[in-house]
Design a protein. Structure first.
Length: 630
C-alpha cells in the first residue's frame, strides 16, 4: 500500500455549520423512551403531549397500515408481541457481523442484509431496517413537537450515546433525514446532560455522568476545559437497566405466589405490573401488584426493603463499571467534581444512595433524569440556531486512520479530538513506477488493521510513474460537526485527486435512501418481490430446521396424532418452497405454525418451568422469543 513519509500537523479546520434561522428542538432518541425539548433564552422546556407526558416510549407497533408509536404501541405488546418493535436503538448501525452477539437479546427476528451489511427486522410481513423504525419514532416526536408548538419543526439536535461509532451515528442521521428532520448536530448524551446542568459555565474539571435507563447502563467521564467537554472514557453494561429491576420483582412475586409457567402474554402483563410497582416504590414503602396467570387473578405485594435486596447486586455491578472507567482514565473518585444522574432508573433511592457513597458526594439530580438529556440537546439547538454564547464542541469517539504497509494502522486523527477538524498527512509510494494507491480507512484504537473497524476504501489513480518514495500524496481527513468523515488524497506534484465521503458500510447508501424517500412500495416492485420470495424460502427453511431440532429434543411432549399433523404440514411447506409463490409459502408456514402450536406451547411451559428454577425471566423471554421465531 503506502509507506509513511512524514506527518503534517493540523490542517485547516472547516467552519462549523452556519447558524440559520427558524425553530429547532432537542431530541433524546432513547432505547426505552424518547423526549423532545425546546430552549428559549437558555431555558429548556420539555415538549409534552395532551396528557402532560414528556416521555414517548420508543416502541413501534406495525399492526396496521400506519405504524403506531408510543404508549399505544406498548399496549399492543400484550396483544401482538410479534408485531411490535422495542429497543431498536440497540441495532442502530449494526451489521450482519454484529448480530450473533445480539440475537436473543431482542424479542424479534433479526438478520443481516448481504447487500448493505445492515441488520433487518422481520415484523409481520414487513422487512424493516433499524433506521426506518427509528424514523417512525422520530416522526412521532416531530408531530408531537409541532402540535405543542403550533408550528413546523424541521431541525433538531439529536443525542447519541458517547460510545456510538461512526456507523451508528450515520444511521441516526439517516433516520432523522427519513423523518424529515435536518440534524443540526449529533451530541453525546452525557455531554447534553452536563449542559442541562450548566456545567459548561462552571468549574473546569472532571465530571461523571451516571445513566441508568430501561435496558442499558452507561457511565461516562467528561473533562470540561475552556467550555468544551471531552469524553475521557466510557463504560457500562448494555444489558442492565430498569427492565432488570422489573424482572426481579416479577420473579419474586411468582415465587411468593407459588405459581408457575405464565404464558407469553401473562408474562408481559406481569412485567407491566412489576414496573408500576417498582416506580411506586420510589415514593412509597410498599407496592401492590395485581396480575393474571392462566385467567386467575393474583395479588401480591413487595416492600421497599425486599425490592432493595433484590436489586442491590445489580446496582453494585454498575459501580464496578464506574470503578473501571475511573481506572481507564487514571483518576480517582475524589477527583470528580460532580456527578450527574441520567435515566429514569436513577429515581430509585437505593441507586442514588449507592452512587453518592461511591463518589463520596451527592449527585446532581434536580432535573428529571429521564428528561435531562433532551433539555441539554434543546440548549444546544438554541445555541446553534440563535447563536448563543457558547458553541459547544464535541469530540470524536474513536481514532481514525489509514492502513499502511503490513496491515499497520497509521492514525490521522486521534480519538477525543475536538470536532469539526481536518488533518493531513503525507504518504508516498513504495514501489518504483507505482501509479495507483489503495487507501483503506479504519477506525479504532488498535495498531493493526485486523483489530480495527474498516470504514471504507478508495483508490487514487493516475500517479505518474516515479521512483519509490518520490511521489508525495497528501491525505486529508475532515470530520464535520456531526462526527462524519470525508477523506481525500492528492498527489502533490501532479495535483491528481480522489475523495470519498465515508459512508460507514452499515449506513444507508444514497440510492437506498432515495428509494426510501420515494414511495418504496411502488418502486422496484419486482426486485422487492424477488427478495421477499427468497426471504420467504429462507424463513421456511429456518422454521423446518428449528422444528426438526425441537422434535428431536422435546418430541416426547406430543401425541402421535399431533406429530402426524405436524409432519403433513411440514411436507406442504417443503412443496411450497420448491415453487415461486411467496403467498403459498407463507400460508404453508402459517399452517405449520398452527399445527405445531400446542407443541410450541408445551415447550414454552417446559422452558418456563426449568427457567424459573434458578434462571432469570430474561432468559425465559429470550427462549420464548426463539420459540416464536420457530
Ligand atoms: P432510556 O434512556 O433507556 O430510553 P429512560 O431514561 O426513560 O430510558 O428510563 C426508563 C426506565 O426508567 C424504565 O425502566 C422505567 O421503569 C424507569 N423509571 C422511570 N420512572 C421510575 C421511577 N419512578 N422509579 C423507578 N424506575 C423508574
Ligand atoms: Mg437515555
Amino acid at each position: 500500500m503506502s509507506t509513511l513519509l512524514q506527518i503534517h500537523e493540523p490542517g485547516e479546520t472547516p467552519a462549523p455549520h452556519e447558524a440559520e434561522r427558524g425553530i429547532a428542538i432537542g431530541i433524546d432518541l432513547g432505547t426505552t423512551n424518547s423526549v423532545a425539548a425546546i430552549a428559549e433564552q437558555g431555558k429548556p422546556e420539555i415538549l409534552r403531549d395532551d396528557h402532560g407526558d414528556g416521555l414517548l416510549p420508543s416502541i413501534v407497533a406495525y399492526t396496521g397500515a400506519e405504524p403506531i408509536v408510543g404508549r399505544a404501541a406498548a399496549e399492543e405488546q400484550t396483544r401482538h408481541p410479534e408485531l411490535v418493535v422495542a429497543s431498536v436503538k440497540r441495532l442502530m448501525g449494526r451489521g450482519a457481523a454484529d448480530i450473533k452477539a445480539l440475537s436473543g437479546t431482542v424479542p424479534y427476528e433479526i438478520h443481516g442484509d448481504q447487500q448493505v451489511g445492515m441488520v433487518r427486522l422481520k415484523v409481520g410481513n414487513r422487512v424493516l431496517s433499524p433506521v426506518e423504525v427509528s424514523a417512525d419514532i422520530l416522526r412521532a416526536i416531530k408531530a408531537r413537537a409541532e402540535a405543542t408548538l403550533g408550528q413546523p419543526v424541521e431541525r433538531a439536535v439529536v443525542t447519541v450515546p458517547a460510545y456510538f461509532d461512526d456507523a451508528a451515528r450515520a444511521a441516526t442521521k439517516d433516520a432523522a433525514k427519513l423523518a424529515g428532520i435536518e440534524v443540526l448536530r449529533l451530541v453525546n448524551e452525557p455531554t447534553a446532560a452536563a449542559l442541562a446542568y450548566g456545567l459548561d459555565h462552571g468549574a473546569e474539571g472532571l465530571y461523571a455522568v451516571y445513566d441508568l435507563g430501561g435496558g442499558t447502563f452507561d457511565i461516562s467521564l467528561l473533562r470540561l476545559q475552556q467550555g468544551v467537554f471531552q469524553v475521557l472514557s466510557t463504560g457500562g453494561d448494555a444489558a442492565l437497566g430498569g427492565d432488570d429491576f422489573d424482572h426481579a420483582i416479577a420473579e419474586f412475586v411468582l415465587r411468593e405466589a407459588g405459581v408457575q409457567a405464565p404464558s407469553l402474554i401473562d408474562a408481559k402483563t406481569l412485567l407491566v405490573a412489576a414496573r408500576s410497582a417498582k416506580e411506586a416504590l420510589t415514593a412509597a414503602p410498599k407496592a401492590e401488584l395485581t396480575f393474571h396467570i392462566n385467567g386467575k387473578e393474583i395479588r401480591q405485594s413487595v416492600d421497599l426493603a425486599k425490592f432493595e435486596s433484590l436489586i442491590e447486586p445489580m446496582v453494585a455491578r454498575t459501580l464496578r463499571a464506574c470503578r473501571q472507567v475511573l481506572e481507564d482514565a487514571e483518576v480517582t473518585a475524589p477527583e470528580v467534581k460532580g456527578v450527574v444522574l441520567v435515566g429514569g432508573s436513577t429515581r430509585v433511592p437505593l441507586v442514588r444512595r449507592m452512587v453518592a457513597k461511591f463518589f463520596g458526594r451527592a449527585p446532581l439530580s434536580d432535573i428529571n433524569p429521564d428528561e435531562v438529556v433532551a433539555a441539554g440537546a434543546a440548549l444546544q439547538a438554541e445555541a446553534l440556531t440563535r447563536g448563543g454564547d457558547t458553541l459547544l464542541l464535541d469530540v470524536i469517539p474513536l481514532s481514525l486512520g489509514i492502513e499502511t504497509v503490513g496491515g499497520i494502522v497509521e492514525k490521522v486523527i486521534d480519538r477525543n479530538t475536538v470536532i469539526p477538524v481536518a488533518k493531513a498527512q503525507e504518504f508516498t509510494t513504495y514501489q518504483d513506477g507505482q501509479t495507483g494507491m489503495q487507501i483503506h480507512i479504519v477506525q479504532g484504537e488498535r495498531e493493526t488493521v485486523d483489530a480495527c473497524r474498516s470504514l471504507g476504501r478508495f483508490e487514487l489513480t493516475g500517479i505518474p510513474p516515479m521512483a519509490a518514495g518520490a511521489a508525495r500524496i497528501r491525505i486529508t481527513f475532515a470530520v464535520d460537526a456531526d462526527g462524519l468523515l470525508t477523506v481525500s488524497a492528492q498527489e502533490k506534484t501532479t495535483g491528481v485527486k480522489a475523495e470519498i465521503a465515508v459512508k460507514p458500510s452499515y449506513g444507508l447508501d444514497e440510492d437506498e435512501m432515495a428509494d426510501m424517500l420515494r414511495d418504496s412500495l411502488t418502486h422496484a416492485r419486482e426486485d422487492m418481490e424477488r427478495r421477499l420470495l427468497i426471504e420467504a424460502r429462507v424463513e421456511a427453511e429456518r422454521m423446518l430446521l428449528a422444528l426438526d431440532a425441537a422434535l428431536k429434543s422435546d418430541g416426547d411432549l406430543i401425541r402421535p396424532s399431533e406429530r402426524a399433523g405436524i409432519d403433513a404440514a411440514s411436507g406442504k411447506v417443503r412443496a411450497a418452497m420448491a415453487g415461486e409463490d411467496r403467498d403459498r409459502i407463507g400460508a404453508a408456514v402459517e399452517a405449520l405454525e398452527k399445527a405445531s402450536h400446542p407443541f410450541a406451547q408445551a415447550r414454552m411451559d417446559r422452558a418456563m418451568e426449568s427457567a424459573l428454577k434458578g434462571h432469570s425471566l430474561d432468559e425465559v423471554e429470550a427462549s420464548m422469543a426463539t420459540d416464536r421465531a420457530e
